[in-house]
Design a protein around this ligand. Structure first.
Ligand SMILES: Cc1ncc(COP(=O)(O)O)c(C=O)c1O
Length: 689
């Protein structure tokens, strides 16, 4: 067998194969970054965060004392949480942490290298900055590396030797990085950010000149040349990589890296092509997006940026923005996110683990961050607006596999949710050319009054030839054509059942329940009843069951719209649920579990853990056949109690907590007929959703 990989800490044939292959992969990684083992060492870690933590713990910090004011840890405020968190480690050594604003670095005066003093004097200081902001995509100058190391630019004025950590995690997925030119001391990376796999594997690339300074504290398996169990004796291995890779490295994933790099090269022709392709898509989208205007001239989005997307030197393929209404008020990111899911567009929302950039771009003060926490908002949740002010933004990113169709689908989505007016007349947009497309013969007729004049070349103009990635580039950006077609008008007249129910036009009169529906299986069709018993969780058997995939994850109509074609019906007398769907034989499921045979499983509904039981193989096969993938039907256990969540907030009245079935939030859903009619009216007068 030539591909059995054994634990590399041994000497047998399969271990040797692993060791040699891993060494080869280290070499491949360094070649990708235009360097070699002579200049850099690859230390495998669990990701960029683990690499940053390693530097925080191993950097030769000097605590302040009688002879020295000690080391400084400086970091750009536009840094990922994983960089900012390093200050917790430095604090244990009384090393001062100093946040540096991008503005201060941009405007820092350069000293003459000769006048910069001796850059090799003590103590050592560390300056960390991202090559690319994971909030806005801003790319910071790689020249800072040399300028800071040589003493030409000081993040702060203090005697000592500066080391530079370049956080390349967000940058290297869409840009080459030449470490033979930009010789940062430490470079953390995560591989899944480059080619999507493997997750949980990253590396710290360490400049060999700085590597010997790193101090080892903890020691784990594989890192020791020798040690005594009964005495404080530990000699680390000679090789820097082996010294810092505690435990067994993730060797199968590391072996897979080679295929990742090969595939990337084969598909794209190299990182320079990826850089051009992704930047071109971003610039096109930026130009089109920033040109969108409401009829009153108000912009449709606010984009958080430091440049006009003028070149990939200063901007990565990322657009961070908030959607506005026609009065300039921000539409919360959660709303945008939910709408985007309906269009099968997956956006990132919030502050993206970069509070510093979020504060700077959105104008959120430190006090406001603390107030937001008190109001119940935590990083990564869906509390998007507090007192009308945004707590974060929406981010889209392009990767090597993104296409112009993707960019246009996104633009179509924004136009559809904000700009498509009654009767399908497009609202004023930039002309195709202003939105970034090359001129066409018919442009004069297509053009509608533009309110923003920006020009950037089209993807076609910029597309590098011959790599195959760009075959899907379009000919023009037709801003008018981005508006989806209107749905067939269906009218808003009363339906026969409304008439039968005696619903008056306009005035709904007193509140009457006109229709009663039970949804036994979450997300599947309802069945209508005229009377129905109530249980302690609402309507009896309402959303007591749900369909889950082979991992026990609940299916929703967002991923599986055909759920609505499953029609359950409950026969209370026969104590069964009959499940039907077109083209399938009806199937019966008992209403209650057979407590002896029931297989208890855990699942999740809206972040709540629920105890359920599997309804068995027969219904599982039936559902799997219908959906064409493995599925199960599960039912909430009768002895399991799930309580409704109470919202945070001091003004909430105290109330008894309701118990819930597998519903998202509440026992009952009341739908007001006038709301439905209004929704129907809007659907008929707007573009299709
Ligand atoms: C700039 C930057 N640094 C560090 C990280 C942390 O990377 P990981 O989560 O892979 O450890 C990220 C992740 O998004 C990032 O964008």
């Amino acid at each position: 067998m030539e591909n059995v990989y054994g634990n590399p800490h041994s000497q047998n044939v399969s271990s040797k194969l692993t060791h040699d292959t891993v060494e080869q992969v280290r070499y491949r990684i360094l070649a990708h970054f235009h360097t070699s083992p002579e200049d850099y060492t690859v230390i495998f870690t669990a990701g960029s965060t683990a690499a940053l933590k390693l530097v925080a713990e191993a950097f030769p910090w000097v605590s302040p004392g009688p002879e020295s004011s000690g080391s400084r840890f400086c970091y750009l405020t536009d840094s990922h949480t994983s960089v900012v968190g390093m200050r917790k480690v430095t604090a244990t050594m009384n090393v001062t942490s100093i946040p540096i604003r991008p503005e201060d670095m941009w405007s820092a005066e350069k000293q003459d290298a000769a006048a910069a003093g001796n850059p090799d004097c003590q103590p050592p200081h560390l300056f960390c900055y991202p090559a690319q902001s994971n909030f806005s995509g801003t790319r910071y100058p790689l020249s800072w590396i040399e300028e800071v190391k040589s003493g030409q630019v000081h993040p702060m004025s203090v005697p000592g030797k500066w080391f530079v950590l370049l956080d390349a995690a967000a940058y290297v997925g869409t840009s080459p990085l030449d470490l033979s030119v930009h010789q940062a001391d430490f470079v953390p990376i995560s591989f899944y950010k480059i080619f999507g796999f493997p997750t949980g594997l990253g590396a710290l690339l360490v400049n060999n000149r700085s590597a010997p300074l790193l101090r080892k504290t903890y020691f784990g398996g594989g890192t020791a040349a020798a040690y005594l169990a009964g005495d404080d004796f530990y000699i680390p291995r000679e090789s820097v990589a082996e010294r810092f890779e505690d435990g067994t490295i993730s060797f199968l994933d590391i072996v897979a890296l080679k295929h990742g790099f090969d595939a990337l090269e084969r598909l794209t022709g190299g990182m320079e092509n990826v850089r051009q392709h992704t930047f071109t898509l971003a610039r096109y989208t930026y130009a089109a997006l920033s040109a969108l205007r409401y009829p009153n001239g108000a912009p449709v989005v606010r984009i958080y940026r430091d440049s006009e997307f003028s070149s990939p030197e200063v901007q990565g393929p990322v657009i961070s923005f908030n959607v506005l209404d026609d009065h300039g008020r921000i539409v919360g990111y959660s709303q945008v996110d939910k709408m985007a899911s309906l269009y099968n567009i997956h956006v990132r929302t919030g502050c993206f683990c970069n509070t510093g950039a979020c504060q700077r771009h959105l104008g959120i003060s430190d006090e406001m961050v603390k107030k937001h926490l008190q109001a119940g908002h935590v990083c990564g949740d869906d509390v998007d607006l507090i007192d009308g002010q945004p707590t974060g933004s929406v981010r889209i990113s392009f990767g090597y596999m993104s296409t112009l169709e993707d960019a246009q689908a996104f633009l179509r989505f924004i136009i559809a949710i904000r700009l498509c007016p009654p009767h399908g007349q497009p609202l004023p947009l930039a002309t195709p050319r202003e939105a970034g497309a090359p001129p066409t013969g018919s442009e004069a007729q297509d053009a509608v009054p533009a309110t923003v004049a920006t020009h950037s070349p089209s993807p076609q103009e910029d597309a590098p030839p011959g790599t195959g990635v760009w075959n899907n580039s379009p000919t023009t950006v037709d801003a008018v054509g981005l508006c989806p077609p209107l749905p067939e008008a269906t009218g808003t007249q009363q339906t026969p059942s409304e008439k039968a129910a005696g619903v008056p036009d306009g005035d709904l009169g007193s509140r009457v329940i006109t229709n009663l529906y039970v949804y036994p299986i979450k997300s599947c069709a309802a069945f209508e009843v005229t009377r129905w018993p109530l249980g302690n969780q609402g309507l009896l058997y309402d959303r007591s069951w749900m369909v889950v995939n082979h991992n026990g994850i609940c299916l929703s109509q967002k991923q599986e719209p055909r759920l609505c074609l499953i029609q359950p019906f409950i026969d209370l007398q026969r104590r069964i649920m009959v499940v039907q769907a077109q083209g399938m034989e009806p199937i019966e499921v008992p209403l209650e579990e057979n407590s002896e045979r029931a297989q208890i499983c855990q699942s999740k509904v809206c972040a709540d853990r629920v105890n359920t039981y599997d309804c068995g193989e027969k219904i599982s096969s039936w559902l799997s056949k219908f959906f064409g993938r493995p599925c199960h039907l599960i039912k909430q256990s009768s002895d399991f109690q799930r309580s409704a969540r109470r919202k945070h907030g001091k003004d909430q009245p105290a109330c008894t907590t309701a118990t819930l079935s597998l519903v998202n939030k509440a026992q009952y859903l009341l739908i007001n007929r006038s709301s439905v009619l209004e929704l129907q009216r809007q659907l008929n007068t707007r573009c299709s959703v």
